[in-house]
Design a protein around this ligand. Structure first.
Ligand SMILES: [Zn+2]
Length: 561
């Protein structure tokens, strides 16, 4: 049962990421001070056709922004940093903390929004140092994931320590950077941990996640055996993979071409951050020169592993020649990423097209070409055993993932589990933990230059149009005697082919005429708004009868002289 909310004590409030994949945003409050961990985005589904991205609803933070002391970012993935440029003003331009690589990526994104220093200030964190924000003190600890500079956060408070793992796996042999700083994690465990907020993304995986180095060996074998062009499609955010495949390509005498904006951006951030090895620079060719290289001597990185409509790989699969780059018979396409649930059918269709074009397509189904960046059960257990938290708050995953995490913790007696989802404000200390408040949360859709609320009628209308099409009906009336001067004229989009089905259109027009003459027996239309509603209903009724679809209908009555 919810208690009355108080500003005293230590609380945690997820505004995104707990009951979904992505959109990660955690709010911690301590005696009135507030910090955020991550400000992530996610991508829209068919619920919001045409919108660009989804950001969390931050109304709660906006209303309390004077108490916000800092924004702490765990790593440089879109689902942890991507919403920050969009929400920058709303979040009160609070100080941001991030490791060096994350800072590079974030600054690049901020610049795309014309946000440049000193408009914002990102503090680059160093391992072992503590950063004070109100009554919080935050320490960054290196942890392996799939992007450089990933960190777990130790959040010290007067009520005890919180650890937020961010995304992690415990890779013993990463190809980039060192392994996780397990020694420091163990020391934190000895210091004492009140609550652990730990990644649930791959909690269903048994045992330990294979290392990125093991994967590199598999990719090396695959690449060595090809005698035509190779196209590799990783997640653009997976810089570790981009780097390891680049090195393998060069080892086998191939040039590298980074094709696709988001991959090029990630490589650029790495160069700016001195994380891109100099020796590789001589082996890069740009897109305009790539087609001059013999097919057996080139490896392309392409975007679009999820078959996104406008991404490079999807276009190539449709036979497109993109600045001289094309799929040809005998080429190899490696989908070096997982298939995100919901995208399977589009990916399968794309794979079919690639295969028809003569390419050999390798994915997780038929080859060892990908490992994810999230730990399995054994790694989760190891983190708990090192940190020995009093409480576990399963974090970052769908409801099913969080429940599996809870079951795993309870079955193995790793900690007492506190189960919360987005909007549950959890009091952690000094009193017994409990949910003390239910906060409104939701999704906001970035739509061009607008941000739309989840329940905004604009999205409802857009969905209706995408399902049922659009019709307009126009009527002119003489402003002197209020009689019909012209029309009704009916136009449609996405319902019928007007050239071939003019009989349908005539039937609809006849229905509108019948409705108007039935309503206005003397031929006078004194109330244009009322007439518009009569026409709207008539059009929808007629199309419903003729086509089994009631389109979004825009009626218009114009008075003419
Ligand atoms: Zn991540």
């Amino acid at each position: 049962m919810a208690k009355k909310a108080s500003k005293q004590g230590l609380t945690a409030l997820p505004l995104g990421g707990l009951d979904e994949i992505g959109l990660n945003l955690m709010v911690y409050e301590c005696d009135g001070d507030m910090i955020l961990v991550d400000v992530g985005l996610t991508f829209p589904d068919e619920y919001a056709p045409g919108t660009d991205i989804v950001v969390p609803d931050v109304s709660y933070i906006r209303e309390n922004v004077d108490r916000l002391k800092g924004i702490f970012i765990t790593h440089a993935h879109e689902d942890h940093i991507g919403a920050l440029p969009y929400l920058w003003e709303e979040l009160g331009k609070a100080p941001v903390y991030a490791t060096q690589f994350t800072e590079c990526v974030l600054s690049g994104k901020m610049a795309q929004f014309d946000l440049l220093p000193p408009e914002y200030n990102i503090h680059v964190t160093k391992e072992g140092e503590r950063y004070k924000a109100g009554c919080f003190e935050v320490e960054y600890i290196s942890i392996t994931h799939s992007v450089p500079g990933s960190a777990a956060l130790v959040i010290r408070t007067p009520y005890g320590n919180i650890v937020n793992t961010g995304d992690y796996k415990l890779d013993r042999n990463p190809v980039l950077g060192g392994p996780s700083n397990l020694e420091r994690i163990k020391q934190i465990g000895e210091e004492g941990v009140l609550a652990l907020f730990s990644d649930s993304t791959d909690i269903f995986g048994e045992g330990e996640k294979p290392s990125e180095t093991e994967l590199s060996e598999s990719l090396d074998d695959i690449i060595a055996g090809q005698d035509k062009a190779i196209f590799v499609s990783p997640f653009a955010s997976n810089f570790e993979r981009i780097l390891s495949v680049s090195e393998i390509a060069v080892k086998h005498g191939r040039k590298i071409c980074y094709a696709g904006r988001s991959i090029q951006n990630m490589v650029q951030y790495a160069k700016e951050c001195n994380m891109f090895p100099d020796y590789l620079l001589d082996h890069i060719v740009d897109m305009s020169n790539a087609s001059r290289i013999a097919r057996e001597d080139i490896l392309y990185f392409v975007t679009g592993s999820q078959a996104q409509p406008n991404a490079m790989l999807n276009r190539l699969s449709a036979g497109e020649n993109y600045r001289g780059i094309q799929i040809a018979s005998g080429d190899t396409v490696i989908l070096s990423s997982r298939h995100i649930p919901g995208n399977e059918r589009a990916i399968q269709n794309m794979m079919n097209r690639l295969t028809k074009a003569g390419a050999r397509v390798l994915s997780g189904h038929n080859a060892f070409v990908h490992v994810g960046g999230h730990g399995h059960k054994d790694e989760t257990k190891q983190i708990y055993q090192l940190l020995k938290p009093q409480y576990s708050v399963p974090s970052y995953g769908t409801y099913t993932h969080l429940k599996e995490h809870q079951k795993f913790v309870e079955d193995n007696k790793l900690a007492k589990c506190l189960f919360i989802t987005n909007g549950d404000k959890l009091h952690l200390a000094p009193e017994e933990p409990s949910i003390i408040e239910r906060v409104e949360t939701g999704r906001c859709y970035v739509d061009g230059y607008n941000i739309l609320d989840e329940d905004k009628f604009i999205l409802r209308e857009r969905r209706q149009m995408s399902f049922d099409g659009l019709a307009t009906v126009t009527l002119g009336i003489d402003f002197r005697n209020k009689s019909i001067a012209f029309g009704p004229i009916v136009k449609t989009k996405g319902i019928i082919d007007e050239d071939l089905q003019d009989d349908v259109l005539e039937t609809v027009v006849a229905e509108v005429e019948r409705s108007l003459s039935g309503k206005y027996k003397d031929g006078r239309i004194d109330d244009p708004l009322e007439a518009e509603e009569v026409m709207r209903q008539a059009v929808r009724r007629a199309f419903g009868r003729e086509r089994g679809r009631k389109p979004v209908t825009v009626p218009l009555v114009v008075e003419i002289q």
